[in-house]
Structures are given as structure tokens and as C-alpha cells.
Write a protein that binds this ligand. Structure first.
Ligand SMILES: Cc1ncc(COP(=O)(O)O)c(C=O)c1O
Length: 403
């Protein structure tokens, strides 16, 4: 009997394979450095944990409104106005989802008809492309270039527009490169979209993970006259280390989408886990000091990794402007020196030594000669992992001179 064809084009991903290999090694007592994984090491802030427990104790464990508890939608509205500068948004424009992943699934499923093309950055976090395909869409990759700080090249976007183009997807800060889109680039993307009547989908899951002097800009705040065609996606996973609690949201003022999203929310989750929503409310309304502490810690990890990867022949690291991934361009001479054939083999070889990574081609078609290291695991692990990585790549025992 035939099974759903749309799933046949979806892979479980190379990162999952590496992750499982490292977890097995870890369980067997081997020292591992989880530089493949994008899960923040931080604990919940005490007031968030308290809200989670209090909600459960108070019996707030029943069915809740499909689109999100009203208090959370209102708090998100206030945050979107205050922090993201999206002035015209109301609580009715906010739909609470099971993380940003589910927000993307719902958005693409509500928006795309079979064969609709969506412009995406190449490289891109794999699940974006997979969710476009699941919805029957066709991802059209625009290669990002080191020399341009991995920002979208606007001429390259224009060159890929066709009569089937429905939307431009953007992600800032960007996973996997750490690029942050400038205000100017965002304005020009909005202008291209407006010229062609395209939708914009803006994934801002890493809005709070930034390195000075970079700033996050929400495209919806920059093109208020085009707001109805801009869909913004947010997450509590990275900002508040709530990855396992699964809370995110879709923000859209489009009446068409507002009529469609609730149907899909109802049929997929029927509302996000109630206690997780109360915790998310506490995260938004409580003290925000943890954000600064987290940013400082990420900045330290970033410099540890950057230092460790300086001056390695055949490896060119990009200093991320945001997010917690370090992307490095590879020269084939590096593989030759290590007796390996390509970035896949390099990742595999590093995993055998307990060092996690993700090969470039896990993120796109033009990224064979690249590798990604995440620094979301704890600082001690990043510190020692960075040394182990340098030693593996240079053959020279690394000195504990790094901070
Ligand atoms: C670019 C990007 N968007 C969205 C997500 C999904 O985040 P979550 O589903 O945990 O909210 C991730 C997770 O790594 C991501 O990298």
C-alpha cells in the first residue's frame, strides 16, 4: 500500500546521526564535546520555574484556547510593540505554537499551494526547507557568501524570482552562519517583496542572541505599510532556554491567514501545553537579567572557539554576529592533509574523537566545503572542546592558554 509521498523527500538529517553517535559514546563513558547540538545549556530562570510549578499545582492543566491563553497573547503583543517595534500589532494577531518549528510548519502549510516557490538562504537550518517541502512548496536556495557576511545578495534574490515565487523566507540572526541582516538589507527585501506582491516569512528565533555592536531588526517594524504580507515567527527556546517546553508564536495581521491558522492549530496540537504557556508568560513579564547573563556567556564561548580556530590552514571561520553557531569555510587542502575526502568525512572523523559538528551540506546544496560548530553546550565543554578541536585539526597538542 502506498504511503505519503511528501514524507519520502524528508530526511532525518545528518546532525541527528552525529548526535546519536556522540550520545552513545557519552553513555559508554567517553568524553564528548557536544558542538553539534543547538540546545541552550542554561536552566530556567527561578521565576519561570516557579510559574510552571504554580500553574500545575493550581490545576491549570486543562484544555486551553486553541490560539494561546489570552494573557500570553497580550504579553506577546506588548513585547512585539515594545521590543520589536511592531506598533500596529494586536493580541488577535498572535498565535501561540509548539515552538518556532511548529510555527514554521503551520505558516508554510497555511500559505503554500503545490509547486509554490519560496526563496530561502543557502545554507539554512534544514527544517525550514523540509517544512516548505512538506507543505508542497519548492525551496529555492540563494547562495550566501562569506565576503558579504552571509547576508542575502539582493541581485541573487531577484535572479531567482519566477511567476511561481510566493514568498521570501529570512532568518536573522541566521542559523547556521551567525549572519545578522542589516536594516538596509531588510528594507530592500521588503521593497522586492512589495514590488512582486510576495509574502515575507521572518524567523527571529535568535533575536536575543547577539554580539556587540550588532542589533536585531524585525522586518515587520521596518515596513509597516506592508505588514499584512509579513509573517513573523518567534521562539522562547533560545531567549529563555525553554527549548523542551515548546513555546513559540506566529504573528500575522493577514485576515486570510488568521482564518486559516486556527484550523491547523486545532488539528495539530489543539493548543500548546498549558503550563508551558504560563511559564512563557512569566518569562515575558518577569525580570530580564538572565538575557544579559546568557549573552555574556555566549560571547565568551564564541571567543573561545574563534581563538581555537584561528590560523588553521584550510579553515576560515566566520565570526558570528548573532546566534550560537560558528560556521567555517573549508578548503579541500584541509581534507587532504587529514587523509579525508570531504566535510562529511571530517565530521565523522571528529565524532569518532568525541567532537561534535555538522557538515556544511546538511544545510544546503552549495555548502559542501563548510562545517558548523554550535556553542550552546556549557562553557566548560566549549572550552575543552575548542582545545580538542584545535589539536585534532592541527595535530599539535593545544595549550591551555585560552581563557
Ligand atoms: C533558525 C531556527 N528557527 C527555528 C528554530 C526552532 O526553534 P523551536 O522550535 O525550539 O522554537 C530553530 C531551532 O534550532 C532554528 O535554528
Amino acid at each position: 500500500m502506498a504511503l505519503s509521498e511528501s514524507l519520502d523527500n524528508i530526511s532525518l538529517g545528518k546532525i541527528v546521526v552525529i548526535r546519536e553517535q556522540l550520545m552513545k559514546a557519552q553513555a559508554a563513558g567517553q568524553t564528548v564535546y557536544r558542538l553539534e547540538s543547538g540546545d541552550p545549556s542554561f536552566s530556567l530562570a527561578p521565576h519561570v520555574l516557579q510559574a510552571l510549578q504554580a500553574a500545575a499545582a493550581a490545576g491549570k492543566t486543562h484544555y486551553i484556547p486553541n490560539d494561546g491563553i489570552p494573557q500570553l497573547r497580550v504579553a506577546l503583543r506588548d513585547k512585539l510593540r515594545r521590543k520589536n517595534g511592531i506598533a500596529a500589532v494586536t493580541e488577535n494577531d498572535v498565535f501561540v505554537t509548539n515552538g518556532a518549528m511548529h510555527a514554521l510548519f503551520v505558516t508554510f502549510s497555511c500559505l503554500l499551494a503545490e509547486g509554490d516557490e519560496v526563496i530561502v538562504p543557502d545554507p539554512m537550518w534544514t527544517e525550514v526547507v523540509e517544512n516548505i517541502k512538506l507543505a508542497g512548496g519548492v525551496p529555492v536556495g540563494v547562495p550566501l557568501k562569506f565576503e558579504q557576511g552571509f547576508e542575502y545578495d539582493l541581485a541573487d534574490i531577484r535572479a531567482r524570482l519566477t511567476p511561481r515565487t510566493k514568498a521570501i523566507f529570512l532568518n536573522t540572526p541566521h542559523n547556521p552562519t551567525g549572519a545578522v541582516l542589516s536594516k538596509e538589507t531588510l528594507l530592500e527585501i521588503a521593497a522586492i517583496a512589495e514590488e512582486r506582491g510576495l509574502w515575507i516569512i521572518s524567523d527571529e528565533a535568535y533575536e536575543d542572541v547577539l554580539y556587540a555592536p550588532n542589533h536585531h531588526h524585525s522586518i515587520a517594524s521596518l515596513a509597516p505599510h506592508y505588514l499584512e504580507q509579513i509573517i513573523s515567527v518567534y521562539s522562547f527556546s533560545k531567549s529563555y532556554a525553554m527549548s523542551g517546553l515548546r513555546v513559540g508564536c506566529i504573528v500575522t495581521t493577514s485576515p486570510t491567514l488568521q482564518g486559516r491558522i486556527p484550523k491547523l492549530l486545532r488539528c495539530t496540537i489543539n493548543g500548546v501545553n498549558s503550563v508551558a504557556q504560563w511559564a512563557a508568560l512569566a518569562a515575558l513579564e518577569g525580570p530580564q537579567d538572565q538575557l544579559a547573563e546568557m549573552q555574556a556567556e555566549y560571547a565568551l564561548r564564541r571567543s573561545l572557539l574563534l581563538e581555537a580556530l584561528q590560523g588553521i590552514e584550510g579553515l576560515r571561520p566566520f565570526a558570528p554576529k548573532g546566534g550560537f553557531c560558528l560556521w567555517a569555510q573549508l578548503d579541500p587542502s584541509l581534507y587532504a592533509r587529514l587523509g579525508l575526502a570531504n566535510a562529511d568525512e571530517l565530521s565523522e572523523w571528529l565524532a569518532q574523537q568525541g567532537i561534535g559538528s555538522a557538515p556544511g551540506d546538511a544545510f544546503g546544496e552549495t555548502c559542501h566545503d563548510a562545517i558548523r560548530f554550535a556553542f550552546s553546550c556549557d562553557t566548560g565543554m566549549v572550552r575543552h572542546g575548542a582545545l580538542a578541536l584545535r589539536q585534532a585539526l592541527t595535530g599539535v597538542p593545544a595549550v591551555e592558554g585560552l581563557r
